[in-house]
Design a protein around this ligand. Structure first.
Ligand code: DGJ
Length: 730
């Protein structure tokens, strides 16, 4: 049993393989958070919190004369609002009488085997694992507003998922202004806060700061999870590193606005909350109505970040990604975008496809520019019919020609957008998101379709299914190239405009349900100008995501490094592109580009007709290695051997197969030192006493030596050179 309720002390114990999570209903009915960390057997750890009479921290009436009981200091599972706790809240409501009070106390609980789907939202699933779920209902005794806290325990992955449903059991409507899916109160603040920040073409750089007094937060208000902050964060011991120290991960299964706030309070306690961003959010909840908030996937490791990442990778591969391709080798694509941009016709594309065949690629992907009037980014979005001036055989005929070359066919779409210069916009200007009476913000000259509307989603579902079913398509790249601004819907009354951001995401998920989940044999690749929507919500539908529009191998080292903390390697699409690189103008060896792209889902993105025979041969070898070793790379354990800040000489990473028999270590020289020091690549995750044969060194070495002393890096590896070491356990 992974969930226990200890009646005598009113304590809930949630146990995974190596962690325990504990809560307790206290004498006034409030749900205290009492412990999260390494496995313990102790019942009722509430004594760790010492109630005290603290000035200016008030006492609830029901505490009577006890001046030591205060919601302002109590460690809680789901904080109250407006009744004494002045820290950041889990919920904010505007009650029918204009008050903002919510004081949820224990009403009931229920433990069941399995895990229910979250209505309208992607969420983790048990798969073949036995999962138990605990639901605890808290109710405000005055308003009858309830929250149902849901916890599911994934024992093997050391994961506990959390979500919250708000039930308006009162007789009048309320406005929900904030609802956080997970809150935890820790009794101390000896933490660093780690998050992954960036911008377009430079996503998910690791930021690490000590938790300081006040509120530290990351958020998105862009309608998507965003390039700027990823909805994944870690709280860890200030001394934690890859292999040591306590760390707690929080991943949000949602693709829209989010907030993760970490507050160090007056008594140096820490409250972390993650949920939908309350900014620009206001949901009208009629009497009897419910609001389901998305899920947070929490995991704890007492042994540093590598273990935490392995737990998330296993969790996402086993219990989040629904695609049947999740553990299968992915087709190696050649994508037309950096090869031709908008400037192509069918013959040009066929030449590229033809000349890629002997490289060993599996699939040709036709990117942007094939539909409507789309010769640049000024027009055409929304008109999802083929432009036969460019693709004369139509999508079906073109796909057949690609198939005749022995390649599969993939297609790019950007369904959530509309160009003002499009037939769709001319027919339905009110389908675009913009505020009545105001001129909208344009981004890449395009506007957003209002996916909060059912009729718009229905139209897009139909348009997409028509294209997809019209041809032999094996892969769809689903792009999204701007953020939500000027958010207002023609279809909702004024008092519900605060729902549009969230309804948009729900609309998107419904479209995904109807287009992606109904085509289980097609691989969907998420994309938002690269990695602007790289989140667990998208992964539920797409087994891989275009990691960044930046294809420069050196920049990709840190982008893929940051992404790997939460997301498995075989979710990060990574392409070898031409040099000088189109984003950075840097030149790197093609070997290096291949080795870096094999740190993700390997693909290619250049005009292969311009490659020399020798370059093609290199690509062919890369694809051969990738396919032979796919199981180690895609389904194994990933180790970061260096961090971008460790040194400016090289970056290293490593895969170890799940059975421990094979390992691949890769290294890229990021800065060559003339006549420089002898450097070593220290490996991880090996068996100390086992002997490994290293193909490239033609040498047998013990795991202990490889992990303690490492592999000496050749002194003739120059600037941007790379090397892969293949190890086999003897
Ligand atoms: C942004 C994507 O990230 C690129 O790969 C490409 O598909 C372009 N959009 C096409 O407009």
């Amino acid at each position: 049993m992974s969930i226990r309720y200890l009646e005598q002390t009113k304590t809930f114990m949630l146990d995974t393989k190596s962690t325990t999570y504990q809560m307790k209903v206290d004498h006034l009915g409030y749900l205290m958070h009492t412990y999260y960390g390494e496995t313990i057997s102790d019942d009722d750890l509430s004594y760790l919190y010492i109630p005290a009479d603290r000035g200016f921290s008030g006492n609830p009436y029901e505490a009577e004369t006890d001046r030591t009981y205060s919601l302002d200091t109590l460690p809680q599972e789901f904080s109250s609002n407006g009744v004494g706790d002045c820290r950041k809240t889990s919920i904010e409501v505007l009650n029918a009488d204009g008050s903002v009070a919510f004081a949820g106390t224990y009403k009931a609980h229920n433990i069941y085997t399995g895990k229910n789907k979250l209505e309208g939202l992607p969420s983790t699933f048990p798969g073949s694992e036995e999962v138990e779920t605990l639901e605890i209902t808290l109710e405000d005794a005055i308003t009858n507003l309830q929250v149902i806290l849901s916890y599911s325990v994934f024992e093997d992955e050391d994961v506990i998922t959390r979500s919250v449903k708000v039930v308006n059991a009162s007789t009048s409507a309320v406005k929900l202004n904030k609802i956080m899916s997970a809150t935890i109160d820790f009794l101390h603040s000896d933490f660093d806060f780690i998050h992954f920040d960036g911008r377009h073409v430079m996503e998910r750089n690791l930021t690490r700061t000590p938790v300081a007094y006040g509120v530290n937060s990351i958020e998105s208000v862009r309608g998507t999870s965003s390039h700027q902050h990823n909805p994944f964060a870690i709280l860890c011991d200030p001394k934690a590193d890859e292999d040591h120290g306590d760390c707690y991960g929080f991943a949000f299964v949602y693709s829209g606005n989010f907030l993760c706030e970490v507050e160090k309070d007056q008594f140096s306690k820490t409250r972390i909350s993650m949920g939908i961003n309350p900014r620009n959010f206001c949901y009208l909840l009629g009497a009897g109505e419910e609001f389901q908030a998305p899920e947070v996937v929490m995991s704890f490791s007492a042994n540093g970040f590598a273990k935490l990442s392995h737990q998330y990778h296993d969790m996402f591969r086993g219990h989040l990604i629904t695609s049947k391709f999740v553990d299968q080798p992915r087709p190696v694509v050649i994508n037309s975008w950096e090869a031709a941009y908008f400037d192509f016709d069918e013959d040009k594309l066929l030449h590229i496809a033809e000349s890629s065949v002997d490289m060993g690629v599996d699939m040709f992907v036709l990117d942007d520019g094939w539909f409507g009037k789309r010769d640049n980014d000024l027009s055409g979005l929304g008109d999802w019919f083929v432009n036969t001036k460019k693709v004369k055989s139509g999508i079906s005929g073109f796909a057949d020609k690609i198939n005749a070359l022995g390649l599969k066919f993939g297609l790019w779409v950007e369904p959530e957008m509309v160009s003002e210069d499009s037939d769709l916009y001319r027919a339905h200007p009110d389908w675009a998101i913009k505020i009545k009476g105001r001129r909208p913000t344009r981004a890449r000259h395009q506007l957003l379709l209002d996916f909060s509307r059912k009729d718009v989603c229905d139209y897009i579902i139909d348009a997409l299914n028509t294209i997809i079913d019209s041809a032999n398509i094996d892969y769809i790249k689903w792009d999204f190239n701007r953020n939500l601004t000027d958010v207002w819907s023609h279809a909702l009354p004024a008092e519900q405009q605060g729902e549009v951001f969230h309804r948009y995401v729900l609309g998107l998920y419904r479209v995904f349900d109807e287009v992606i989940l109904t085509h289980p044999d097609i691989i969907f690749c998420g994309c938002s100008g690269g990695g602007g929507r790289f989140d667990a919500g998208i992964l539920y539908y797409s087994p891989q995501i275009w990691t960044s529009d930046n294809t420069d191998a050196i920049n990709r080292l840190s982008i893929q490094y940051g992404t790997s903390f939460a997301y498995p390697v075989n979710t990060m699409e990574a392409h070898v592109s031409v040099c000088p690189n189109h984003q950075t103008f840097r030149t790197t060896p093609i070997d290096t580009r291949g080795i870096v792209a094999m740190g993700g889902v390997l693909g290619y993105e250049f005009d292969s007709t311009k490659l020399t025979p020798a370059e093609k041969e290199v690509c062919k070898t890369q694809i051969g290695i990738y396919k032979k070793d796919y199981d180690v790379i895609g389904n194994g354990d990933y180790y970061r051997l260096t961090a971008p800040d460790d040194n400016n000489h090289f970056m290293g990473w490593q895969f170890v197969s799940k059975d421990g028999k094979k390992a691949i270590a890769s290294v890229v020289i990021t800065e060559y030192e003339p006549n420089g020091a002898q450097r070593f690549l220290r490996l991880k995750g090996l068996e100390a006493d086992a002997i490994y044969y290293i193909e490239e060194l033609e040498r047998k070495v013990s795991g202990r030596v490889l992990m303690k002393a490492g592999i000496p890096l050749s002194l003739i590896l120059f600037q941007y050179d790379a090397i892969q070491y293949h190890l086999e356990k003897m």
